[in-house]
Design a protein around this ligand. Structure first.
Ligand SMILES: OC[C@H]1O[C@H](O[C@H]2O[C@H](CO)[C@@H](O)[C@H](O)[C@H]2O)[C@H](O)[C@@H](O)[C@@H]1O
Length: 661
């Protein structure tokens, strides 16, 4: 018997959606009425036809065969109708294909025009559209616009390179100039207790170099932004930030988790807490953590890992005040990810309604930082509504952090077939499950028992949802779930064929969550599946098996994906899983090291087929710096030293780091 279980009867109820775990049974009276109606219809029609049977013309009429007037057929129809009525899930509140769109500032609108003019004037070679939306004004927008309108133009409207460059020089400060270098308050060249397991001199020297990169990436928002916020797309933040590096001149949401993991290894607790304080201030102002701290990123978030940041910092520092202060923001963020646009109800195979979340940007225009690219992509589409739909898909994919990948495309070679808002992603739901567990834990340690119990229940419900919507026992993986074509405005009834059986690293991300990695049998299954998946390559885990030219596909490997899978395996009690974790971590460290020695830099992504090579593809050139890569190397080295197990010859495995593993 299905039941309505509402878990929202406690104090924190206004911070979360009520969770309907199982479908509500239709009122008994209504069912009885329906059945009686069909029974009476059946008897009436049957009796009526019985008269006809005696008629010579009706001699061949069979009441059983599916003739449209057959009484048996009508009775079967009545059963089908009744069962459909019973099984239709509560319509999902996420019923809008259009959805919200946040306001764009006049500065962004102008900078997008500037970006297009720059492309027309300077040409596509080495062109990075983001540069133009990162410029800041020297004087009022109206003055700047006026000067722009008065630039000499040829009959076809183009501006000369000299005039364009002169205009940029006169009216703008350079991209990134509104963030100033600042030495982190807690940086010391070799912190006490730094990576105690790393004893090999060569590896240790490199780890200290990676540690010193925090100084290169540390920034503080210039006072100029506070004085004239309308001159900048950069958003003011109170505390210093760590940027990913290169074109990513501002703080990014999910990158910050691995930056923080590295900072904890570097013993830079104040800097780590400051990053969280900044992200919380974004929740206070916008209701969610932005993709990045820019006015053009307000329309979306990124994979939600704020609770994981708070949890790890609290566990390392024991700062209960920090945990207590963070909690209200986490509750607000949980609400955002369970809001109308992000939340979807799936009616599963056991007759239960499962509430899950998806990515959904509040935007239906070109992404300002890639406006020229998005306009070009959308030019293949015929009408405005199709274009708006594509723009929302592009921005929603950016919200996923996996921009771009065949994971979100109906046709892997055509970006216009992006369908991110119709996909329920495994990793997003794993992150929200972690958020629920973290909130339950933090509420418990800060003494709010009611919230803690509520979120334990929420976590249990999400775990069940993950099992029934995503888990595929035959494959030993969690698979993204595609909402059927054209059903995004109705409830969704789960169908096995809607699980995406293509292999992505994200299919293994739930392993990172304790609720899963503590289950030895499950870990065994997932580990076998990972081993057979084809994802584990010479120097790390590939993002997918498809070489599409998109950056979140083969042969690229990304630091966050290595880290979550390695940490999940390493935390399990299975010796085999731990040794697999060790093996992958060593491969990853090796390629990071060799690439660093070759190029003098840490990279945003790596080619997992070739040791010492960075990755490519996508819409911008490969970037260096790089926040999350540094963080993951330091976290790997901190966790168990990885590379420093001494072998028979008393030599560290990475003493001579080569690529011939
Ligand atoms: O400018 C294009 C896109 O750039 C960002 O995405 C990529 O870099 C981020 C920073 O390292 C990273 O968080 C993300 O996973 C990468 O795909 C940005 O986040 C996108 O919104 C933006 O459109």
């Amino acid at each position: 018997m299905t039941q309505l279980i509402e878990t929202s009867k406690i104090k924190a109820s206004n911070s979360t959606q009520p969770r309907l775990q199982c479908r509500s049974p239709p009122p008994l009276l209504l069912l009885l009425l329906l059945q009686s109606f069909f029974l009476i219809s059946y008897l009436y029609i049957y009796t009526d036809y019985y008269v006809f049977f005696n008629h010579p013309k009706m001699a061949n009429f069979n009441p059983i065969i599916p003739h449209p007037f057959s009484p048996f057929f009508i009775f079967i129809l009545s059963l089908i109708f009744t069962s459909i009525t019973m099984s239709t899930p509560t319509p999902s509140p996420t019923c809008s294909n259009s959805g919200p769109v946040v306001r764009k500032t006049p500065l962004i609108t102008f900078l997008e025009i500037l970006q297009q003019t720059a492309l027309n004037t300077l040409g596509p070679k080495n062109f990075d559209p983001k540069l133009y939306v990162d410029l800041s004004l020297k004087s009022d927008l109206s003055i700047t616009q006026n000067a722009f309108d008065n630039l000499p133009r040829t009959p076809n409207g183009s501006v000369s390179v000299t005039d364009f460059n002169g205009f940029i020089q006169s009216y703008f400060n350079g991209a990134g100039e509104d963030l100033v270098y600042t030495e982190p308050v807690d940086f010391v060249p070799e912190p006490e207790g730094f990576l105690p397991e790393v004893v090999n001199r060569e590896v240790r020297a490199w780890a200290l170099e990676v540690h010193s990169l925090w100084k290169n990436l540390s920034r503080k928002v210039s006072d100029r932004v506070l004085d004239r916020p309308e001159f900048h797309t950069l958003l003011p933040l109170a505390k210093p930030v760590m940027i990913p590096g290169s074109r990513f001149r501002e703080v990014y949401y999910w990158d910050s988790y691995w930056v923080i993991r590295g900072l904890l290894a570097s013993k830079m607790y104040e800097t780590a807490k400051g990053i969280v304080t900044n992200l919380i201030s974004l929740i206070d102002e916008f209701g969610h953590v932005l993709n990045g701290a820019r006015a053009y990123y307000t329309n979306r978030s990124q994979p939600p890992l704020l609770s994981a940041m708070v949890y790890d910092i609290y566990n390392r520092t024991g700062d209960i005040d920090f945990a207590r202060k963070s909690l209200p923001a986490l509750l607000k963020e949980h609400k955002f990810w369970n809001s109308e646009i992000h939340s979807v109800i799936i009616h599963d195979a056991e007759g239960c309604n499962r509430t899950v979340s998806r990515y959904y940007a509040m935007w239906n225009k070109p992404r300002p930082e890639s406006s020229t690219i998005d306009i070009e992509t959308a030019s293949k589409l015929m009408n405005d509504s199709a274009k708006q739909h594509l723009y929302r898909e592009l921005a929603s994919t950016a919200e996923s952090g996996w921009d771009f990948s065949t994971r979100w495309m109906r046709n892997g070679s055509d970006l216009t077939t992006l369908a991110t808002t119709s996909i329920i992603p495994v990793d997003l739901n794993a992150f929200i499950l972690k958020m629920e567990l973290d909130i339950a834990f933090l509420a418990n340690v800060t003494g709010d028992c009611t919230i803690s119990v509520h979120f334990q229940e929420a976590a249990q419900a999400r775990k069940q949802a993950m099992n029934s919507v995503f888990w595929n026992a035959e494959m030993g993986q969690w698979l993204d779930y595609w909402l059927s074509n054209g059903t995004t405005c109705k409830g969704h009834t789960w169908e096995a064929s809607n699980q995406n059986r293509n292999i992505f690293a994200s299919n293994f991300v739930p392993l990172w969550i304790e609720l899963f990695n503590s289950d030895c049998t499950l870990v065994g299954q997932v580990m076998q599946s990972l081993r057979r998946s084809g994802l584990i390559r010479a120097v790390g885990i590939a993002t997918s098996l498809t070489n599409s030219g998109q950056q979140w596909d083969f042969p690229n490997g990304w630091a966050p994906l290595q880290h979550m899978i390695v940490e999940g395996l390493a935390r399990s009690r299975s010796k085999e899983a731990r040794s697999m974790a060790e093996d992958i971590a060593v491969r990853w460290i090796r390629t990071n090291y060799v690439a660093y020695k070759k190029s003098g830099a840490m990279h945003e992504k790596y080619d997992v087929e070739k040791c010492g090579e960075f990755g490519g593809g996508g819409e911008y050139i490969p970037q260096t710096g790089f926040g999350w890569s540094n963080g993951v190397v330091l976290a790997f080295l901190e966790d168990r030293g990885h590379c420093c197990e001494v072998d028979q010859n008393q030599l560290c495995r990475l003493q001579e780091i080569r690529c011939n593993a």
